[in-house]
Design a protein around this ligand. Structure first.
Ligand code: SF4
Ligand code: SF4
Length: 56
């Protein structure tokens, strides 16, 4: 299952540069993951300071 960023995201941007497939972009209110591109590597969850990316 792809990862999804929860509402706890504080838009620090750390995850986007760690995603090997460029699945993360800045949305209107927080960063978001394109679930059709995510390869479930877990990098975003590992670098996020607030644990916002979770695997569904
Ligand atoms: Fe990108 Fe990996 Fe996070 Fe998926 S799990 S959004 S591939 S960093
Ligand atoms: Fe949001 Fe976490 Fe990504 Fe920072 S690292 S933009 S808090 S999901």
């Amino acid at each position: 299952m792809a990862y999804k960023i929860q509402d706890t995201c504080v838009s620090c941007g750390s995850c986007a540069s760690e995603c090997p497939v460029g699945a993360i972009s800045q949305g209107d209110t927080q960063f978001q993951i394109d679930e059709s591109v995510c390869i479930e590597c877990g990098n975003c969850a590992n670098v996020c300071p607030v644990g916002a990316p979770v695997q569904e």
